[in-house]
Design a protein around this ligand. Structure first.
Ligand code: ADP
Ligand code: ASP
Ligand code: MG
Length: 406
């Protein structure tokens, strides 16, 4: 058994958008089988199927039951697994498809953003031993009551990496419509550079801050289980980008990527008491409601009062306002307001830790183009600025030019 060369490959929506594309994927898998690999394949729904399913539900209601929405969204992947298995059969490759529940992808019960807790590999390993290609539906699992759950948009990447970890292989290839991770989204910046390699930590920041080429939780899993993730195109045979431990990297850049995201809103709780426990209570409540907070800025206290601004996903704004309103009096706050019209642009790179003046350069470049910064947050390897969304493309372009085109 231990002599089996096992590889996990994940094919995203555009890679399986049509039956023609599925045939191309099957041909690629066949090459691996012919080279003695045992292949576990994770697939997404075809093309924009998931968007289509969301639209269908929105024609019925604005506020669908979360369990039923996951039940609906999980169907997209089930179509692809069956079609890919049939396609492999037609070219003489033995293959079997499994849904998430059939291979016991166990998750918590947080519908539409569930987290994987365990995967049973018995069935997968038994099929691999029978020389079958195993095809698993991405993006889906079941909770302990056997309700179908989904892992959040883009979650098939996480299914693939979690499977690689469960099976105990280090090799996981993510096939998509770009041939690697670039210094910026190729759809926004004209000539970004392809990165040969990138560290887990940088990739995690890129993914968390808007580079949707990988689902951020897939990178967390990869780091934790030391999986070598390779991002490649299913449309060509280029080498791709390897996501790996920092220590194994040959090259390190001050900035390795620029990202932007427009799916967050800023919430401000004004004039709360400037005393211990205020932030703890507010963000504790947010955590209990499973709302994740990205940037947090607290103004310096004056007259015993301070204001707290933070960003959350736009989809969580309603819940967040309710929490703030419910705590406002207790915390001594005077008002709660929010702004949905914001974007966050970020510069990310491990080299930042050992260089001076990076933040100053980021702010100068934005200022030179008349872009006002509404909020700033920094981490060891990243700087993020909240700006007006009308400047988001310009900000990405000028930051890319400053750090990656000189
Ligand atoms: P899939 O359906 O295969 O999962 P996605 O659409 O989720 O594909 O992710 C691939 C897309 O990610 C690319 O088409 C590209 O526009 C976008 N993207 C954003 N930032 C980056 C980046 N830094 N490098 C590469 N692609 C990026
Ligand atoms: N089909 C799901 C989505 O569109 C999951 C994925 O593609 O990774 O978000
Ligand atoms: Mg994706």
């Amino acid at each position: 058994m231990s002599d089996m060369k096992i590889i996990v490959q994940k094919y995203g929506g555009s890679s399986v958008a049509t039956t023609e594309r599925i045939k191309a994927v099957a041909d690629r898998i066949k090459k691996y089988v012919e080279n003695d690999y045992r292949v576990v394949v994770v697939v997404s729904a075809m093309g924009k199927t998931t968007d289509g399913l969301i639209k269908l539900s929105s024609e019925i209601t604005d506020n669908p039951d979360k369990r039923e929405l996951d039940m609906l969204l999980s169907t997209g992947e089930q179509v692809t697994i069956a079609l890919l298995a049939m396609t492999l059969h037609t070219i003489g490759i033995d293959a079997i498809s499994y849904t998430g529940s059939q291979v016991r992808v166990m998750t918590d019960g947080n519908f539409s953003n569930a987290r994987i807790q365990s995967i049973s590999t018995d069935r997968i390993m038994a099929s691999l031993r029978q020389n079958k290609v195993v095809i698993v539906a991405g993006f889906q699992g079941i909770d302990e009551e056997e309700n179908i759950t989904t892992l959040g948009r883009g979650g098939s990447d996480t299914s693939a990496v979690a499977l690689a970890a469960a099976i105990g292989t280090r090799d996981c290839e993510i096939y998509t419509d770009v041939d690697g991770v670039y210094t910026a989204d190729p759809r926004v910046i004209e000539n970004p550079k392809k990165l040969k390699e990138i560290s887990y930590d940088e990739m995690l920041e890129l993914a968390r801050l808007g580079a949707k080429v990988l689902h951020s939780r897939s990178v967390e899993f990869a780091k934790k289980y030391n999986i070598r993730l390779i991002v490649r195109s299913s449309f060509n045979y280029e080498e791709g980008t390897v996501v790996m431990p920092m220590e194994e990297m040959m090259e390190k850049f001050i900035i390795s990527g620029i990202t932007a995201k427009s799916d967050e809103a800023k919430v401000t709780l004004r004039n709360v008491a400037d005393r211990p426990g205020v932030a703890a209570m507010l963000f504790g409540k947010m955590g209990e409601q499973k709302i994740s907070v990205n940037m947090i800025v607290q103004s310096t206290g004056a007259d015993g009062k301070a204001s707290i601004s933070f960003t959350v996903l736009k989809s969580d704004v309603k819940k967040t306002i309710d929490i703030c309103e419910s705590l406002k009096n207790e915390l001594g706050g005077t008002s709660v307001d929010f702004k949905e019209n914001i974007a966050i642009v970020s510069a990310i790179g491990v080299g930042m830790t050992s260089s001076y003046g990076v933040a100053g350069r980021v702010f100068r470049v934005l200022a030179e183009h008349g872009i006002n910064i509404e909020m700033i947050s920094t981490s060891e390897i990243g700087i993020s600025c909240v700006i007006d969304p009308k400047y988001v493309e310009l900000a990405s372009k000028v930051l890319h030019a400053e750090f990656l085109e000189k």
